[in-house]
Design a protein around this ligand. Structure first.
Ligand code: BES
Ligand code: ZN
Ligand code: ZN
Length: 503
């Protein structure tokens, strides 16, 4: 999708589909109360054109509700689409992002290849609103039906965001640029996640990362078994050893010309299990195909680096993706095996399906060795996080308030939902092993997501660190009005914003 800003009046915008957002100004809690619809535009021609149908009361401007008008009177556009943002009090930039997505997903099945969206005029920062509009539209254009041989490409070719004269032109351009870069990078991550295990091996993930890095002038190195041995990454190697596919240790570096004084070095660490069978502790057959998305955390880091390279923040960033395939075989690690992680800690492998924490243990330690002074990891780490938080919030864990405060700020911009879970010493006995320093699963099934976080914490020492458990949100089984089903690319936007907060 090609996205551009238009600085000409809405009334004269020639397009197959002109979209305008609407809110309900009524504060009544009564469901049957008549809505007080207001269009978020100052364009009198648009308001006049929609006035009659809105006065009918049929359209309530509920969030993502749509109303289509053909041949709108007085406008150059051939269709006018009104998309609701809900009650005015709740109509924030995140509602705008979803509503812009709803407009795109309205257009796609109708064969419309271009559309215009009126930048909303309301109680939000105009640049942020334009950014959210671009993000929502680009994210909504993604569909994951890649391997249908009769696939019809219904992608939107061109999006125009119509900017009213009252909005500062350079602020609009800056917001738009951010939105395009970040949403395209999130879609890039989704494309990687969508690939099945046979088409996204650790080696292929390494190649895709290297291609991206070359395109955006990032330094990238991809190493395999020999390097893992040299670095004594015994935990990562233990996961990889059961597969015929060699592992990939992907390192991507962003080194800006100028770095803000006192800026930390940021380390991004991603779980890149390209397929998780569970290994010898094999998973049940039902739903096992989903485990192709077990590299979503790694893909999020690669996507975030793609955006960071273009946004150019004044802070150094190192991304590490630990990619491997978790397979049962005659060479596979077995329950009870003891391995030594890169940090020197001994680990008893009680369950080979708890492989994500094993590869991240070495990835986190390695990031520190490369100089990272703030760490964030993202991983589809536990089913337990989805049991705890459902599929609405992802889990965030922190061993320090500073990175967590930066993260909550980042969420205000990204609109992604994360809920904090504890990492406290009282939980540590869950991972105490009778024979090694630690074991890779908890003594009990309770608090499984926390036990996994406690395991990771062993490998970050005193470095301020955030852990994102995205297992419940990385894949969406059902379509939303604003988003296709399939890989979501969750965490990309928040990670990018978090990194920028240190520049
Ligand atoms: N990749 C899974 C976690 C997962 C589950 C991701 C569902 C996405 C959806 C992870 O490697 C795993 O298998 N974790 C185990 C840990 C257990 C053995 C302690 C789990 O959650 O059951
Ligand atoms: Zn597993
Ligand atoms: Zn896994």
């Amino acid at each position: 999708m090609n996205s551009q800003l238009l600085f000409t009046p809405a009334v004269s915008t020639q397009t197959e589909l002109l979209t305008v957002f609407a809110v309900d100004n009524s504060t009544s809690k009564d469901k049957d109360a008549r809505p007080e619809i207001a269009l978020l535009t100052s364009d009198e021609a648009v308001k006049k054109s929609a006035g009659y149908v809105l006065s009918s009361g049929e359209f309530k401007a509920e969030a993502n509700e749509t109303l289509l008008l053909h041949a709108p009177e007085g406008l150059a556009a051939t269709r006018l689409l009104i998309v609701g943002l809900g009650k005015a009090a709740k109509a924030d930039i995140h509602a705008v992002r979803r509503a812009a997505g709803t407009a795109v997903r309205f257009a796609k099945p109708r064969g419309l290849r271009s559309l215009a969206i009126l930048a909303p005029e309301g109680n939000f920062d105009p640049a942020q609103a334009i950014r959210a509009t671009a993000e929502g539209a680009i994210l909504a254009d993604f569909d994951s039906d890649t391997y249908r041989t009769d696939r019809k490409d219904r992608s939107i070719e061109s999006l125009s965001i119509v900017v009213p004269a009252a909005i500062d032109k350079s602020a609009a351009e800056a917001g738009h640029r951010d939105g395009v870069i970040i949403a395209e990078s999130q879609n890039f991550a989704r494309t990687l996640i969508n690939e099945p295990g046979n088409r996204m091996t650790p080696t292929i993930l390494g190649q895709r990362a290297a291609e991206m890095a070359a395109q955006y002038d990032l330094k990238c190195e991809v190493h395999s078994t020999d390097k893992l041995r040299e670095l004594q990454m015994g935990a990562f190697l233990a996961v990889a050893q059961g597969s015929d596919e060699p592992p990939a240790l992907i390192t991507i570096r962003y080194e800006p010309k100028s770095v803000a004084p006192d800026a930390p070095v940021i380390g991004l660490v991603g779980k890149g299990i390209t397929f998780d069978t569970g290994g010898i502790s094999i998973k049940p057959a039902d739903n096992m195909e989903k485990m192709k998305y077990d590299m979503a955390g790694g893909a999020a880091m690669i996507g975030a680096m793609r955006a960071i390279a273009q946004l150019n923040p004044a802070v150094k960033v190192i991304a590490i993706v630990c990619a491997a395939e978790n397979m049962p075989s005659g060479k596979a690690v077995k329950p009870g095996d003891i391995v030594f992680a890169m940090s020197g800690k001994s680990v008893e492998v009680l369950n080979t399906d708890a492989e994500g924490r094993m590869v991240l243990a070495d990835g986190l330690h390695y990031a520190r060795e490369l100089g990272a002074t703030r760490l964030i990891d993202a991983a589809t780490l536990t089913g337990a996080v989805a049991i705890a938080l459902g599929q609405i919030n992802a889990g965030v864990f922190a061993n320090d308030e500073d990175p967590y405060q930066h993260f909550t700020k980042a969420l205000e911009t990204s609109g992604e939902k994360f809920w904090r879970l504890p990492v406290e010493d009282e939980y540590r006995e869950q991972i105490r092993s009778s024979i090694a320093d630690i074991q890779n699963t908890g003594l009990t099934r309770y608090g499984g997501a926390i036990n996994a976080a406690m395991f990771l914490k062993e490998f970050v020492s005193d470095t301020p660190w955030l852990h994102l458990d995205i297992a419940g949100l990385a894949w969406q089984d059902a379509e939303k009005p604003w988003l296709a089903k399939g890989p979501t690319g969750v965490a990309v936007r928040s990670i990018v914003e978090w990194v920028r907060s240190y520049a």
